[in-house]
Design a protein. Structure first.
Length: 699
């Protein structure tokens, strides 16, 4: 007998913050326990492939360190000392603190703070309903998307692009500033198919030799924050050598002649001096792009995490508009499809009870906001109470020393709803245990593809864990917040949201598990017009319009943003004091700070490491494996140096978000990164740090 056939399987979707949103098959060993997790084979994007960290999800969901009971703090803030309490007490204490803050300082002194630890629409965004019903302060979610989306929007006018499955029809796939082998493995599945079936070439542009670049036919290594220069050098060649598609340019773009004139001085030599790639490589890469009609640009987030990231994104996105690659099946670009879903979030977010004019604060500047920086408080009251769901700011937010200082405030009340004792959980006054995705119902969308997927409850929750929705509705009761959404079940909310968004109802998802809502070819390729009112691709960026995400309008030094694609020099350039440029790229088996608690991920990633060019090691008198201290203007972090040839001299790479306490002094990698708001709409400039590095004194 085949034992396998006896194992029940449930269909689900990966809830984590990853563009792949993989359709999953989950082995259900009994009503409480899962076995292996596999990719769903009949989903045309997932195609049976998922990453190793989620394949081993049993390790995370059944982890002995999961939070199971509500607790209140019994030691100093950040100590992680807690004692168990009942749910009623936890919710009462939290509600009381929120009501007190509101009575003493007004409703805006309460700041619900969340991000994308789960991408489920009900569980992630339901906190907005509480905010709106209570007129609490708003949060502007900048860290991930503000830089890249504003750059993409500046050109295309809409956050959408070509069906990723079309890569199978491409002759050249350019993975620009993304590392899908680590961060969205399915992209590699579709690239492999194109390589096998039609001999497609893979090009990769990155600042170090990632596992994606290792597989590439064309490898373009550049200095961090110089993609705009490389893109301009390429476009210069395209115009110079007759690869610009003038019929396309005239019909679909705004100022092609001005762009050509502007680029006349942006020669490959000019670009090379800035980005560090050699002239011959820039010429050859440009020629290949120019000669390959079906060139698919898979544009990542990573290269936009610099102070000039929006401008760089705009420059890169302009390349297929010069060649007209958008005209062809298998050609064009995809950064994210998230703008294509057009959800009606009235019910989920309680938009119908939102009062206008409330303060909205920048997620990335949580440290500054908690420390009372007037720029962040915007004339409003200090932040006195917070509810935190699905995010770990004490690890992931930039300028960590400030974040720690802010959360250490004795007069700040913090309720954290979490699955693990994260760095943020340790600073909680009240700590609530959260369910995981297989323990509740939700729906999800793919940022890197075009499916809406259902993730139903498949196993029983352990201990006293509760869902985000349950916590929100229980708090709402105690806070006097009214909205019909608080009275509804997640399934009712899902069904109504699907219907009011003109999508198939929950019945259909129950039957089919997912629906593909890919726009038609003309829309996806912008052949019936780009997203701007004039329907054209904009080489001449309107950065004010591009700051569409920012509720407070343009941010940062936006007046300096270049109108046309260019090298926008506002990065933290190296200098005598800080001679290196550090990027903090994602590790394969951590997902931001998630999974850094699972033993197999910890084992695979080894220890906190910085990749250093061997010549830099020699110059600093360091050896492979030495413990080093790295410092920026914001703080210092300890890691181990590893000799790595696959990057330009002067570039340092620290992969992953290790737990803060795996670094000496508990200073995580974001101690080095900055929270100043880049133009035009803010965002996390995580890969844009000038630093010094020296050998650790033994102590
Ligand atoms: N395993 C794993 N998967 C993840 C994540 C994770 O942390 N780990 N994070 C998830 C999240 S939240 C997101 S938003 C996505 C992001 O996924 P991606 O779009 O892949 O973006 P990043 O992973 O941030 O960065 C990708 C690459 O950009 C490179 N890079 C950094 N600076 C520059 C630059 O100036 N120029 C160029 N050309 N390249 C540069 C980095 O070295 C890195 O290799 O991945 C998701 N998936
Ligand atoms: N240095 C550096 N820092 C970075 C980045 C980088 O590349 N380098 N990347 C940035 C990016 S792109 C992003 S998106 C952010 C991500 O930052 P975060 O959104 O904070 O992501 P995670 O670190 O994955 O933390 C998510 C937390 O949510 C919890 N969680 C998951 N599901 C649920 C749930 O259903 N309910 C509740 N209550 N909790 C849940 C998890 O246990 C986890 O602790 O990090 C940013 N920080
Ligand atoms: S690749 Fe991304 S979406 Fe797919 S299982 Fe892994 S983390 Fe989840
Ligand atoms: Mo992200």
């Amino acid at each position: 007998m085949n034992i396998q056939t006896n194992i029940k399987t449930g269909i689900s979707v990966c809830p984590h913050d990853c563009p792949s949103a993989c359709a999953l098959e989950v082995e259900l060993l009994d009503e409480n326990t899962i076995g292996r997790v596999r990719g769903a084979k009949d989903n045309t994007y997932t195609k049976g492939v998922i990453c190793e960290k989620v394949a081993r999800y049993a390790e995370r969901i059944h982890h002995p360190d999961r939070l199971l009971y509500p607790m209140k703090r019994s030691g100093p803030k950040g100590s992680g000392q807690f004692e168990r309490i009942s749910w009623d007490e936890a919710l009462d204490v939290t509600a009381k603190a929120f009501l007190k803050a509101e009575a003493d300082h007004g409703s805006e002194s309460v700041w619900p703070y969340y991000y994308a630890g789960t991408m489920g629409l009900v569980m992630r965004d339901g906190i907005e309903r509480l905010r709106h019903a209570k007129s609490y302060s708003g949060m502007y979610g900048t860290v991930c998307i503000a830089l890249s989306w504003s750059g993409y929007y500046a050109g295309a006018g809409r956050i959408g692009g070509v069906d990723p499955r079309e890569m199978q029809k491409s002759d050249l796939i350019v993975v620009w500033g993304g590392n899908p082998v680590n961060t969205q493995v399915n992209v590699m599945t579709h690239i492999s198919m194109a390589r096998k079936t039609r001999g497609a070439k893979l090009a990769c542009v990155d600042i170090y030799e990632t596992d994606t670049m290792k597989q590439a036919d064309i490898k373009v290594l550049i200095k961090p924050g110089t993609d705009g220069a490389l893109a301009c050098g390429i476009m210069h060649v395209l115009f110079r050598d007759g690869h610009a598609n003038w019929d396309y340019l005239n019909q679909y773009t705004d100022h092609p002649k001005e762009l050509e004139a502007h680029l006349s001085t942006r020669t490959p030599e000019w670009a090379s001096a800035i980005c560090g790639a050699c002239v011959a490589d820039i010429e050859a890469f440009a020629k290949l792009i120019g000669q390959t009609l079906k060139t698919f640009f898979r544009i990542g987030y990573g290269f936009a995490r610099s102070r000039n990231g929006a401008a760089n994104m705009h420059a890169v996105t302009s390349i297929p508009a010069v060649t007209g690659a958008w005209l062809h099946e298998g050609g064009g670009a995809l950064h994210s499809n998230s703008g294509s879903y057009k959800w009606n979030k009235t019910l989920i977010e309680g938009k119908d009870v939102a009062k206008g004019g409330l303060r909205v604060m920048d997620q990335a500047r949580v440290g500054e906001a908690l420390l009372g920086n007037p720029h962040d408080l915007q004339g409003g009251p200090p932040v006195k109470a917070m509810l935190i769901q699905n995010t770990n700011p004490l690890s992931i937010a930039p300028d960590q020393n400030k974040v720690k200082q802010g959360f250490a405030r004795e007069d700040l009340f913090v309720c954290v709803h979490e699955q693990f004792m994260t760095e943020t959980a340790k600073y909680a006054d009240v700590l609530l245990p959260a369910t995981m995705f297989l323990e509740h119902d939700d729906i999800y969308q793919g940022g890197g593809h075009s499916h809406i997927l259902l993730g139903p409850e498949l196993v029983k929750r352990p201990g006293e864990c509760r869902t985000n929705h349950e916590v929100i509705r229980e708090l709402a009761k105690r806070l006097g917040a009214e909205h019909r959404g608080f009275e509804m079940s997640p399934r009712e909310i899902i069904d109504e949201t699907l219907k009011s968004s003109n999508r198939p109802s929950l019945d259909v998802l129950d039957q089919e598990n997912w629906v593909d809502v890919m726009p038609d070819f003309e829309t996806a390729h912008f052949l019936n017009g780009f997203g701007h009112p004039d329907g054209k691709y904009h080489f001449k960026a309107d950065w004010k319009a591009a700051a569409f995400l920012s509720p407070t309008g343009q941010l940062g030094p936006y007046a300096d943003l270049p109108e046309f694609p260019d090298h926008y020099a506002t990065i933290e350039s190296a200098n005598d004091e800080y001679p290196f440029r550090l990027a903090t790229s994602p590790a394969r088996t951590f997902l931001n700070s998630t999974f850094n608690e699972t033993p197999s991920s910890r084992k695979r990633e080894g220890r906190p490491t910085v990749l250093v060019h061997p010549d830099d090691l020699v110059q600093l008198g360091l050896s492979d494996g030495d413990k080093v201290r790295i410092g920026s203007a914001r703080g210092q972090v300890t890691l181990h140096a590893k000799s790595h040839t696959g990057q330009l001299q002067g570039t340092l790479i620290a992969e992953g978000l290790w737990p803060n306490d795996s670094h000496e002094d508990g200073c995580g990698i974001n101690t080095l990164t900055g929270a100043d708001q880049p133009a035009p709409a803010g965002g996390g400039a995580y890969h844009d740090n000038r630093v010094w590095m020296r050998k650790m004194n033994p102590r």
